[in-house]
Write a protein that binds this ligand. Sequence first.
Ligand SMILES: *Cc1c(COP(=O)(O)O)cnc(C)c1O
Length: 521
Amino acid sequence: MTVNPSGWRPAAPASEQGRGETVTGNRALMLEEPLLFEIGSTEQTGVDFQQLQPAATRLGSLERNRPIGLAGLSEPEAVRHYTRLSRQNYAIDLGLFPLGSCTMKHNPRLNEKVARLTGFADIHPLQPVDTVQGALELIDLVGHWLLTLTGMHSVAMSPKAGAHGELCGLLCIRAALEARGDAREVVLVPESAHGTNPATAAFAGYRVENIPANADGRVDLDALKSRLGPDVAGVMITNPNTCGLFEPDMKAISDAVHAAGGLVYCDGANFNAIVGKVRPGDLGIDAMHINLHKTFSTPHGGGGPGAGPVVLSEALSPFAPLPFIEKQGDGFVLVEEEIAGEHHSQSFGRMVAFHGQMGMFTRAAAYMLSHGADGLAQVAEDAVLNANYILRSLQGVLDAPFADSGPCMHEAIFSDRGFAGGLGTLDLAKALIDEGFHPMTMYFPLVVHGSMLVEPTETESKASLDQFIAALRSIAERARAGDQSLKAAPVHAPRRRLDETLAARKPVLVYKDPESAQAAE
Ligand SMILES: *Cc1c(COP(=O)(O)O)cnc(C)c1O
């Protein structure tokens, strides 16, 4: 097959080349990459099929009546395309990933090896249960670790992400309240909660009411107490919260909510800050999701795979979703439907077609078993230590709004206060790209103006933290001095500053070749 020459277009006239422009548009080993549609051609294909017999007889009127319009490429062209694109991306395997509220930690390669064992990787959810006993045992094992670490009564393993777990927890709360004939309408969500919390409560049919944060960045206990009443189904508290702070009043909050007849949901996505240190079951929590893809490693991002098991109190356990795994005799069964009169006959129903995400469970099990309970406690200690190291190293040069509220947990929060010359958080974040780092989480949480949320995680060495701190310190000093060259950042990335508003409001998702687009105009 021939290579489509249209994939290579001279980018710069010879006269420009002395000024750093190259003929290819490439910069050293950072390669420019057009779209597949631009390098490939619908006239060619990367595979040699024999001319097929017409299939019309079998497909009838369903036969395709016009070409599908996909570009054909040879295998090396296709491989290079995706490899080049991947090099324009940033990854945890390239460097520190400071996103807060996201826990981008190193994923041990041992996890990957275990997850690829064919006995786990190649099974099918519809396989007879007696042929997947090992897989069920592994899910049960992960569930037991979660119960031990949280001190809770039962666990629903089927939710597929953190937000999905929140929905599971709220549906349990709804079922429990309805079972006692006391359906309530309102869920209270403090300002320091993750954004998914109010969204979940609204999705579950509740009216969401905000509880303000106090000057410390924590839940205002008195404001919460004064709002409790017979219409309040429960609260959703993120702990540690999105300001990176532990909520020390958690037990008092739970007691007050229970006394008013409500139930307590805790967003446990930040469990990596307290794992092995605090048992949510001791704090009066009724339901809490755990992001296996954050606390217990497993790669994620870009909407990638996750798992959000939900641990439940004794009060909510009867309402847990189907299906779930139960040990019976020497083996395990998958309970798929309600059986009248049995302890799970009050289940609120089913959230997923199939039980669980085997790849996540095997990685989490490998992480738990390889660390052990003491190793997991050290995960929390090191995550918290690293975040405090960043907080204290930068608080002189970056405004740290809660620096006086005591140590932070797993993430440190800064603001753009003190920047001069109209510079803000966005300029600092873009300049960080030029220094070779992915930006931190920006403008979240909303309680802090121009907030920057940094979570280093426990997997970074002191040397890599020092390098990150040095980069951030130098950019922050430039921002305080009003250095307008920051407005141009990033200058070393494959693309300069993109129009993010246009990209969000008018995304171009479908390729149209320039000729037919022109003809249509
Ligand atoms: C990540 C996160 C979530 C959402 O988890 P997903 O798996 O992305 O749905 C919810 N709450 C907090 C505090 C989080 O950090």
